[in-house]
Design a protein around this ligand. Sequence first.
Ligand SMILES: [Ca+2]
Length: 281
Amino acid sequence: MTHRAILFIAAAFTWLTPAVVTVAIAQDAAPSAERAPALEVYSGPAVYRAEIVATYPHDTAAFTQGLVWHDGHLFESTGQEGQSEVRKVDLETGKVLTRSAIPADQFGEGLALSGREFISLTWRNGVIHRWNARTLKPAGSKDGVPFEGWGLTTSDEGLIHSDGTATLRVLDPESFEVLRMVPVTLNGQPLPNLNELEMIDGLVYANVWQSPFIVAIDPADGVIKRLIDLRAIVDSIPMTDRDTVLNGIAWDPKKRRLFVTGKRWPSLFEINLVETEAQVR
Ligand SMILES: [Ca+2]
């Protein structure tokens, strides 16, 4: 019988949100007389590690808030007042091919494709922008949005939106009205700090802000089905400040390529997910 030792990685999820979630990854360990074997059937998320397929340059001036693969290119939205843009980026070189500025008094956030337009959020400005997906020219804005904008992605239902809490919203892609709320849980506990989003094969992948983890959420019930452990990649990045965090997930459905990066990171990675024996406790 395999005994399990608990390796706590709680700090990554709890240092900004004490008393929220304690996460531990159980790993196979040598049998221990002191530790009783866990007999219960594990029902938590499957844990994956990342295998790097390719590494590409990424603009270290880009405070990445949204990342999307579309029509052979990356599209990226960036944050910080006065520096916020939506941009079309060449994967191989990291060069910006087309850019449009978000008004300088606004803080850019998540990005998603909706029909022939990109939709981009702002953080606390109450504004959602539309952009022509081909030219990135402005195609309209809505103000008076009564919630913060963090991450955004597209689903069959509409847009899926995060605001840094443990609840996602499903938005009507035309009116941005809230169609329903999705409370997100990890082993039955709310998991806050949900940030950049990407819909992949029916699950909503979400960066967990200021952590080295991505979680994959079932949008039907908010249950986290997978946890992606990106500590090896995050540890390889020179962190210039506490904002230089993992953020940005893009999915190329045709070639089934998964891309991740971070705010002001020098690199963008194509990764494969490899399932491990680890558990989240
Ligand atoms: Ca994304």
